[in-house]
Design a protein around this ligand. Sequence first.
Ligand code: ARG
Length: 462
Amino acid sequence: MKKDGQLWGGRFTEKPDATFAEFNDSFRFDKRLFFADVRGCIAHANGLRRAAVISEAEGSSIVEGLTRLRDTAVSNSAYFDNSGSEDVHSFIEGKLIDLIGDTGRKLHTGRSRNDQVATAFRLWLRDEIDGISDRLLEAQKSLIVLAERHRDGVLPGYTHLQRAQPVMFAHWCLAYFEMLRRDRERLADVRKRVNVMPLGSAALAGTSYPIDREAVAAELGFESVSANSLDAVSDRDFAVEFAAACSLIMAHLSRLAEDLIIYCSTEFGFVTLSDTVSSGSSLMPQKKNPDALELLRGKSGRVFGHTIGLLTMIKGLPLAYNKDMQEDKEAVFDCVDTVDISLRAAAIVLDNTRLNEDRTLNAATKGYLNATELADYLVKKGVPFRTGHETVGKAVLYAIAQGKELHELSVEELKEFSLEIGDDVSDALSLKATLGAKSAIGGTSPDRVAEALEQAKKYLNG
Ligand code: ARG
């Protein structure tokens, strides 16, 4: 006995149990693939027509019918409500048959939902990857705008969250720019493997009809067709890869968020977020909290979870298709939604972030951030670095006892630590010299950073 619009049921004598149907059905979430699946259906119908499996007239009727379904879905926001369909594929086929009659019953010739769903999912994901790639670019742009707003800003750089060496603020912005650049490259790479067409693999063994798969692929903009039908219907490694690429995006956003959360604390006071991207407390009237940043950090976990969830889902599956694979969709959908809103949120927070330049400058010149400079000064005078390191360590210890910075000690006091120290030492210890010395490729010298900013802007302009 068949449920209305069901794609199977000839060999069944009973209707599905309601709880089983609720458990089994995927329409409530896979309706999201509607437009992609309609595209796949149209290309398949054209493939059948070209192979003369269906007549020209039947082909036209099916394609026109599918086009009308698509147009109706665009104009009618309640189109998907109360359908009771098992999945998006049965929904489309049922609607088509309702619309054009028995000819619609020919659409599924030579294909299975197994190759159909893999095709629709890949088509859908390909577009979403392009969307996320654009979002990444927007976030990168916000980083560069922020860097330029504080072109001369200087920040203490940290290791172990202890003050280490001063860096240009733009250098910090560009560090995240680079992470997001790699994220875009990764997505572009994943896209290559997403952009392979499974259609024509049918249930598992390949279609029995003389369909020109390459022509169908060309119509759908796929780069190539899958080489093995068993693999094509049962592989979801593209979904795992995509989730992994999303995980790295979230990891990067989470680190960015963590930096800014620390920097906007009263203790640091390096940055101020505008009210438009901050929240208050229901109890403490004075509070202004960086909730957006905390959510960027917090939301990373669910995306990481989807990666491991997908891996776990596929690891024990015997070839070929298994229903376990229906679980791929909600995971990937949530990766897309989470990464999309996170990137938009990151961009808007960056647009509303101000560097408190006086405070960061002050912090960058306190805490012996130029100690390495003094060691390098000694190296220039012929002292082996290891010896210089030890000498400067002693000088730092002395300075701490005096409650002074290295550059606040007199040349005479410094000379006590090494005979190589001369009157030129003060210049060597200045912030300008400290930053300027980092002039190798990738370093934080103002010239290098200006160069990197120019390159970044070129990248942004395509
Ligand atoms: N809804 C299924 C999925 O997402 C597609 C249908 C394939 N089902 C089947 N029984 N062969 O994977």
